[in-house]
Design a protein around this ligand. Structure first.
Ligand code: AQP
Length: 333
């Protein structure tokens, strides 16, 4: 890895099959960064257990996320691909940062508020509450300059920055303070049934999301059912969140500007527009799905990738952790 390159860190939870939101908001952007930056892309399995998970599903989803990373074009020889639970420095730094994060800050996180509402019997775990300080540890361990995430993660990243600044002020310069790297188009892909909330892999309504594992016909069916409005005009307006979302998806995949798309669909109804969006998504996801399925047949290769990734990540993470332990006053072993 070259030292003069800026460092990028990002990750995805193996909390289910990945969605078009994870792909367009995260992975697709990551592939464009791998030559210019020193990139760490993690599968954050420890974050995934902040809400209960079946062990066998977690194992399956973890390998699937890795296969999706590689299928989407991330080159394991250029970037560091690894599983969070393989590098114990994440929880170790996570604990130290927990002790520097305020209760009030964590309580203000909108993801915590949203996810805790969905928990049955009010069984909200401490892990869900302190998720952002573990996320701060993930990022700060690698002296990360830039964090490419979707708009939905901006608030967590702001908190990571605040924690880094607080630590640096209290103990002297230790962490690089990371900046968000959020692309404008496709920054937030919305739920197809309720376009005012984001598309999420843990949603219970199967029609609300497009999964990277969905077959062509399911994708077409879901777009056909996507909620729009009764105006019947394809234009970019906050009053038409469903149409706006479909325009964003179309534009993000093809690179065509939204203005061009609005012109193209002038005088045309939603049916044709939705069919076209569906075809674009089908053509984008089909090769990815096929490659992903091939990779999943080759478990040895996937294992080789995550072993090598953990080793590389561990070396860097330990160095930061040693520095942190010394600064807070822990006696070296
Ligand atoms: N709808 C989205 N639009 C754009 N980006 C998105 N991301 C997630 N959903 C969208 C981006 O994907 C990355 C990984 O997210 P994550 O899985 O770690 O957590 P998440 O944001 O909580 O994703 P989900 O799909 O909503 O998972 P669940 O349902 O388990 O909570 C991040 O970069 C995120 O911005």
């Amino acid at each position: 890895m070259e030292d003069n390159k800026k460092v990028i860190f990002s990750g995805i939870q193996p909390s289910g099959s990945l969605t078009l939101g994870n792909y367009l908001g995260a992975i697709k952007n990551w592939t464009n960064l791998q030559d210019e930056y020193n990139c760490y892309y993690c599968i954050v399995d420890m974050h995934a257990i902040t809400v209960p998970k079946e062990p066998k599903d977690l194992r399956k989803n973890t390998l699937e996320v890795l296969a999706n990373y590689v299928a989407a074009g991330l080159d394991p020889d250029k970037v560091t691909l690894f599983i969070q639970s393989h590098v114990s420095a994440h929880v170790e730094l996570g604990w130290v940062l927990n002790c520097m994060t305020y209760y009030g800050e964590l309580g203000r996180m909108t993801q915590f508020k949203d996810k805790s509402k969905k928990q049955e019997n009010n069984n909200i775990t401490a892990g869900l509450f302190t998720y952002p300080s573990l996320m701060a540890a993930d990022i700060l361990l690698y002296q990360t300059d830039l964090v490419p995430v979707g708009e939905d993660q901006r608030q967590h990243l702001e908190l990571s920055r605040d924690i880094a600044i607080r630590f640096n002020n209290r103990y002297s310069e230790t962490f690089v303070v990371p900046e968000p790297y959020i692309s404008k188009v496709g920054a937030k892909i919305m739920n197809l049934q309720d376009p005012t909330s984001k598309m999420s892999k843990s949603d219970t309504n199967d029609n609300s999301y497009i999964l990277l594992s969905d077959d062509d016909d399911s994708i077409r069916r879901k777009f056909k059912r996507a909620v729009t409005d009764s105006l019947g005009i394809v234009k970019l307006s906050d009053d038409q969140p469903g149409v706006k979302n479909l325009l964003g998806i179309y534009s993000k995949i093809t690179g065509e500007s939204v203005d061009n798309l609005v012109q193209k669909y002038e005088g045309k109804g939603y049916a044709e527009f939705k069919e076209d969006v569906a075809e674009i998504v089908v053509n984008e996801l089909r090769p990815l799905r096929e490659k992903r399925d091939d990779l999943l047949k080759n478990k040895d290769y996937l294992e080789e990738i995550y072993h090598k990734g953990a080793e590389k990540a561990e070396n860097v993470a330990r160095k930061t952790l040693r520095k942190v332990y010394k600064k807070v006053g822990f006696i070296p072993r």
